[in-house]
Design a protein. Sequence first.
Length: 168
Amino acid sequence: MYGKATETAIAAMSRLAEVWDGGETRLSATEIAESRGLQKPFVGKVLTTLAQANLVHGTRGPGGGFVLSRHPNEIKVYEVFQLFEREDNRDLCPFGGGICGVGVNCALHEKLVAVQDSVDDVLKRTSFESFRRAYQDDGLRPTQPDEVSEELPPRATFRAAHKRRGKP
């Protein structure tokens, strides 16, 4: 559904929302990466993009780090999604070689439109306040890998499917 940069950006933003205290607490890229099990260089790159879009503010040096640029309630997940994902406005029908919406709809048309509308609705209505509230008010914490005693099945991901080389 979306790529690694988007997933990393949402993870970084959600971590900054969790510690939101009016902008006093700053986290380094390393702290964010370690708390989410992400690669530090990539988190740093994503945070730079988020700062350029004025979603976070970064300060260098001792006592520096990153903080959300506004209250978590004022930042929708869709803002992050838009920054890293291009909207796919192509009108090619996934069912066949035709143009979607021209002529009779394919067997999947209404279902695919409904799924896309639902995803858009969630992204546009959900703010990072959800993460702040879950962490600060409800005491929820992400499960760390060393806290799991049994082997778990692969986690569900919302990343776009990877294409295999030489395969359609």
